[in-house]
Design a protein around this ligand. Structure first.
Ligand code: PBG
Length: 340
């Protein structure tokens, strides 16, 4: 059949009845048939929190992004909410003097991060606030878990993560985001939250988080790079695809509410696999290195950064992510409203 039609078109040179270009002929038609659309409501904006309440310090490797004390951070949240970006993932920049091997400051009631989460939620109750659960910002070793004899100790780390998660839930945070990649942490955190009465606090699990070079600028921003070695004994091997489904199955069984793939743009196959495999919303973390690459090429005049960013977000959503954590969130929302 296909062969007959082919012969007909090209031998007779008449009547090409299939012309896909008809569906692309005007913006009105293109907009109408567009299969994917990104809106500000799909985005989570990661924010870096400084201890000094008024401070604002740019991140060199992430043009347009700065670390902020609580006061400028609240202003940023307010500006984003007006643009329709309602969700924020807040990360603390912790002074070296507050770090320790056991990351005890992470659940200390005097922790400036916990106080800030509470303040944001109090001032913007309708916002969605996500937290980060991992030891690295608080660890003198710069690792996501407890280190002993050069090894990351899984089960003892869970005890720390549980305390951290409950302390964060106490601030009123909406979504707990375990980014540590320890085995069993979703079940362990879920149980701890429930026992403490936080049955309504969600967990967005970093399900398929790869040991990636694309986290470089983030580690600059937080000053959280590992002091020795790398994260390859807990973060996933970029070579692996099926293993992401194994992690997804575990997180679903363990009670995760949303599954995340990280990084996003270099891992569209993983996003697509998880979207086909799970009924949970799939989220993707468009990480710092993916942001930095576009900004750097834009600064050099090598590509149109705004269009490249919009296309990047569209591709991540087209692959199957419903939600995207992205440093482009605010500028995307500004462009989105300009276009309307
Ligand atoms: C820490 C954490 C990292 C990121 C989010 N949480 C870095 C890492 O695992 O080393 C990376 C985010 C980004 O690059 O934008 N657990």
């Amino acid at each position: 059949m296909a062969k007959a039609i082919y012969t007909y078109y090209f031998c007779e040179k008449v009547k090409m009845i299939q012309r896909p270009r008809r569906n692309r002929k005007s913006a009105a038609i293109r907009n109408m048939v567009a299969e994917t659309i990104v809106t500000p409501a799909d985005l989570i904006f990661p924010l870096f929190l400084l201890q000094d309440p008024q401070a604002q310090v740019p991140v060199n490797s992430m043009p347009g992004i700065s670390r902020k004390g609580i006061e400028p951070l609240l202003k940023e949240v307010e500006a984003c909410m007006k643009l329709g970006v309602q969700a924020f993932d807040i990360f603390p920049v912790v002074d070296e003097s507050l770090k320790s091997k056991d990351a005890a400051y992470s659940y200390d009631s005097s922790n400036f991060y916990l106080k800030a989460l509470e303040r944001v939620k109090r001032e913007f109750p309708e916002s969605c606030i996500m937290t980060d659960v991992a030891m690295d910002p608080y660890s003198t070793d710069g690792h996501d878990g407890i280190v002993r004899d050069g090894k990351i100790i899984n089960d003892e780390t869970l005890e720390v993560l549980n305390k951290m998660a409950v302390a964060q839930a106490e601030t009123g945070a909406d979504i707990i985001g375990p980014s540590d990649m320890m085995d069993g942490r979703v079940a362990s955190i879920r149980q701890s939250l429930d026992q403490a009465g936080f049955t309504e606090t969600s967990i967005m699990s970093y399900t398929a988080k790869y040991a990636s070079a694309y986290y470089g600028p983030f580690r600059d921003a937080l000053d959280s790079a590992p002091k020795f070695g790398d994260k390859k004994t807990y973060q996933m091997d970029p070579a692996n695809r099926k293993e992401a489904l194994r992690e997804a199955n575990l997180d679903m069984e363990e009670g995760a509410d949303m599954l995340m793939v990280k990084p996003a743009f270099a891992y569209l196959d993983i996003i697509s696999d998880l979207a086909a495999h799970s009924h949970l919303p799939i989220t993707a973390y468009n990480v710092s290195g993916e942001y930095a690459m576009i900004k750097a090429a834009n600064e050099k005049g090598w590509l149109d950064g705004d269009r490249a960013a919009d296309e990047m977000l569209l591709s991540i959503k087209r692959a199957g992510a419903k939600v995207i954590l992205t440093y482009f969130a605010k500028e995307f929302a500004l462009r989105y409203h300009d276009r309307k």
